[in-house]
Write a protein that binds this ligand. Structure first.
Ligand code: ATP
Ligand code: MG
Ligand code: MG
Ligand code: MG
Length: 477
């Protein structure tokens, strides 16, 4: 008999004479009640075992984590909560689970413990919910762009381009590590490590994406991105997924409109499709909040926060205005952070970003027109000669979620900028071609998918919203 998903059984419109469900035991109470989960929903279905007619040997094998198949009648449930339950007629143990050794017993585990068991943590309610939400969010990403005629482009993972110039690249080599080519001084020549060329894992698909936007009009990438972030923050991974739309004939204002509309769409889509999971995650957060002192508790629940983002425009503020605000913020040395920034031209630290979003504006903020010298080489220089048409979107609890810009479309200005920064023109000859043949205004942004998942799930550490986190601390799987 083909099994039916637990989600469909719980949503059944009527009782059913015979059904089969397969899944994993979450708990087994009173030698009678199995809470069965198959991953299709946050909810378990209660399976009532006829313990008098079930061999003692079998009952003993119904342990947390075991895979079982239950066949029986779908009846109305009298207990609180669920509409239906299964009166089990036939029970089969498909895979035993040693109760003593199974690490995911139904109790509260620390997130650190769960991270160390990334292959099993998905069997908990919270991680099941997070991974379903992540999956729906990524579908929403494709939906948004596909509905609007964007072409999905897969940019290379192995590339010679360092779009960000931040020196955070993982090198790729095709050669045996003990036989890397040497230069005249006898030290390793990293410029020849990939079949005679230098390559690294992509830090952004933007430069390649731009070349496609200049032919296909509107494109997006959505793929893995790698940065050798040798630090352990709750917002950085060494491997993360980035969404990068790029649109020809769009300026910075269009780019901000696109980013805002996009974020609101994917959140709305996911709220509609993941109601049970989000409700569960909201409840989990409320529990956590209770253990905090009153003053530190969040004023809004998870769903209120998500709705707030849908209902309010993001506040658009220039970098220069932001610096003025930060300069005017009362410096109070007793406070955890001193928000004040005195210098125009300094890059904002995450505490500055969070001050602007959480304390000052109390809504998502788009900061634009940053000083040219703190942003990447490809951004469009403004007429003032010192700022560029860049924007960062800052979210409460997260800080930067999007980095984007209008690109420098003028060949001469771009080349001059590259020269000043010591970027090899010859290496980027193909990128410069976009400015030599039919150059036009264009813009795009990069959104870190995990930062979006963080926001939507209300989680606080980026390691908890990706199946297998890659950080200096977590890479053993
Ligand atoms: P940050 O200032 O947080 O280090 P960034 O300015 O270096 O980010 P960008 O180069 O602007 O990042 O990349 C675009 C987006 O990719 C960021 O806004 C962020 O959402 C995401 N992102 C960047 N680095 C990481 C990372 N190491 N892990 C996860 N997401 C990241
Ligand atoms: Mg960075
Ligand atoms: Mg940044
Ligand atoms: Mg950025």
């Amino acid at each position: 008999m083909k099994h039916t998903k637990v989600k469909d059984l719980l949503n059944s419109t009527k009782t059913l004479h015979e059904v089969n469900a397969k899944g994993w035991v979450r708990t087994f109470r009173n030698n009678q009640f199995i809470a069965l989960n198959d991953g299709s929903t946050i909810h378990n279905i209660q399976c009532v075992v006829d313990f008098e007619n079930t061999p003692e040997e079998t009952l003993k094998r119904i342990t947390t984590g075991a895979a079982v198949s239950v066949t029986g009648e779908l009846v109305e449930s009298k207990g609180a909560g669920q509409k239906f339950e299964i009166q089990v007629k036939k029970l089969e143990i498909l895979g035993d689970s040693d109760a003593e050794k199974f690490p995911m017993q139904p109790k509260k585990h620390s997130l650190e413990f769960l991270r160390a068991n990334a292959h099993l943590r998905v069997r908990t309610n919270a991680f099941g919910a997070i991974m379903r939400v992540r999956s729906v969010l990524s579908f929403a990403v494709h939906n948004y762009f596909q509905e609007r005629g964007f072409v999905y482009v897969n940019t290379p993972v192995i590339t010679g381009a360092d779009a960000e110039g931040a020196g955070e690249m993982f090198q790729v080599t095709s050669l045996p590590l003990d036989n890397l080519p040497k230069n005249e001084e006898g030290t390793i020549d990293y410029s020849k490590d990939f079949f005679g060329k230098h390559t690294n894992l992509t830090v952004s698909g933007q430069l390649e994406g731009e070349t496609f936007a200049m032919a296909l009009g509107q494109i997006y990438t959505f793929g893995p991105t790698f940065r050798a972030e040798n630090s352990n923050t709750s917002r950085h991974l060494a491997e993360f997924w980035m969404i990068e739309p790029e649109v020809a004939f769009n300026n910075l204002d269009d780019n901000m409109d696109l980013a805002e509309d996009f974020i609101q769409y994917v959140i709305k889509y996911t709220m509609d499709k993941c109601q049970d999971d989000l409700k569960f995650l909201e409840g989990r957060l409320l529990e956590e909040e209770k253990s905090k002192p009153q003053a530190e508790r969040s004023e809004m629940s998870l769903l209120e926060k998500l709705n707030f983002v849908l209902e309010n425009n993001f506040k658009r503020v220039s970098y220069t205005e932001a610096i003025d605000i930060l300069r005017d913020s009362t410096p109070n040395k007793k406070k955890k952070f001193q928000y004040i920034i005195n210098e125009w031209g300094a890059d904002l630290q995450s505490e500055h970003e969070r001050y602007l979003v959480e304390k000052h504006f109390k809504c998502p903020v788009i900061l634009f027109d940053y000083p040219a010298n703190i942003k990447a080489f490809y951004m469009r220089l403004n007429e003032d000669g010192k700022t560029v048409r860049a924007m960062d979107i800052l979210f409460p609890g997260i800080g930067e979620i999007v980095g984007g810009s209008q690109r420098e479309e003028r060949y001469d200005v771009l080349v001059e900028k590259m020269k000043a920064l010591g970027i090899d023109e010859e290496e980027l000859w193909w990128y410069l071609d976009t400015r030599r043949f039919g150059s036009a205004v264009h813009s795009g942004f990069g959104l870190g998918f995990e930062r979006l998942v963080l926001f939507v799930t209300g989680m606080t550490n980026i390691r908890d919203v990706i199946p297998f986190p890659r950080t200096p601390m977590n890479a053993e799987f």
